[in-house]
Ligand binder design. Structure first.
Ligand SMILES: NC(=O)C1=CN([C@@H]2O[C@H](COP(=O)(O)OP(=O)(O)OC[C@H]3O[C@@H](n4cnc5c(N)ncnc54)[C@H](O)[C@@H]3O)[C@@H](O)[C@H]2O)C=CC1
Ligand SMILES: CCCCCC(=O)/C=C/[C@H]1[C@H](O)CC(=O)[C@@H]1CCCCCCC(=O)O
Length: 248
């Protein structure tokens, strides 16, 4: 992502000397992000690829271009997310493309395909734990991201893929997406519940994107974390959801 949480994560990755492909639909935002990264880190360390993640062929090509450019892939972050107005599109961006991005990540990183392993982080939301009348389909997609990622993490363990798969669930974060909740263009008919949403935001507080980047870097660098669901909230900071162990 070229803005919001994605932009903060790119900054942290590049400060840690990673080479990064920024994939985003928004060309002007992507161009601006790329030129900022070039000034700070040099032009060879990043590429911007304009891509609609719901276009399966374009997403496949973006992965291939990245591998062609940098030689291999170690980390995939499926971060793109939109709000509610067009519910089918919301499912395509928030869930279908996360699944597609995970499968493409495995094609390029899994030991099953003779690759060297890696790490995938799928971005969900605290909306997966505390549902909201303001965003029913957004909420459903974020539940879906967790279910899919946990099951894939188990598949990766059992299949010896060598790829860690984790989920990150932020509460409210100060990004352009958060401002979108005031607009009918993004929320559709649920915009009328915006006062409720704002009340919840005032109550729980709003996080800085840099804290989400810190959580993301923990998931990337700690190779003991696999199949985990990280939550980030104002009240508890970075922490993990605990699940009942599965009965056998
Ligand atoms: N901001 C918040 O309060 C929270 C955000 N999240 C999640 O974090 C993720 C990032 O959100 P933010 O940075 O806040 O949003 P944002 O709107 O600031 O950034 C999202 C980026 O995704 C890109 N994007 C949207 N549709 C796309 C598509 N079809 N193809 C490619 N790129 C596309 C946008 O151009 C934008 O640059 C999302 O999955 C969101 O659901 C989760 C919890 C809280
Ligand atoms: C519109 C995009 C931003 C979406 C932010 C988000 O994911 C919001 C989730 C809220 C959901 O809609 C209803 C809520 O209550 C969620 C936020 C909850 C934050 C909980 C923090 C708890 C704590 O501090 O302990």
């Amino acid at each position: 992502g070229a803005q919001g949480i994605g932009r903060a994560v790119v900054q942290s990755l590049m400060q840690s000397r990673a080479q990064v492909a920024v994939v985003d639909l928004n060309r002007s935002c992507g161009d601006q992000c790329k030129s900022e990264l070039d000034s700070e880190f040099g032009a060879d360390c990043s590429i911007f690829l304009q891509c609609d993640v719901t276009d399966a062929d374009a997403l496949t090509a973006a992965f291939q271009t990245t591998v062609d450019r940098f030689g291999h892939l170690d980390i995939v972050i499926n971060n793109a997310g939109i709000n509610e107005k067009n519910w089918e599109k919301t499912i395509q961006v928030n869930l279908t493309s996360v699944i597609k991005g995970t499968y493409l990540g495995l094609e390029h990183m899994s030991k099953e395909y003779g690759k060297g392993g890696g790490s995938i982080i799928n971005v969900s939301s605290m909306a997966a734990f505390l549902h909201s009348p303001h965003q029913p389909v957004y909420t459903a997609t974020k539940h879906g991201v967790i279910g899919f990622s946990r099951a894939m993490a188990d598949a990766s363990s059992l299949g010896g893929y060598g790829v860690r798969i984790n989920v990150l669930c932020p509460a409210f974060v100060d990004t352009p997406l958060l401002l979108s909740v005031e607009h009918e263009d993004n929320m559709g008919k649920f915009v009328k519940f915006k006062d409720d949403f704002k009340k919840s935001m005032n109550h729980f507080g709003v996080l800085k994107p840099s804290l989400i980047a810190d959580g993301m870097m923990m998931l990337i660098t700690d190779d003991t974390i696999h199949g985990a669901v990280m939550k980030i909230t104002c009240s508890k900071g970075i922490h993990f959801h605990t699940y009942e162990p599965m009965s056998t």
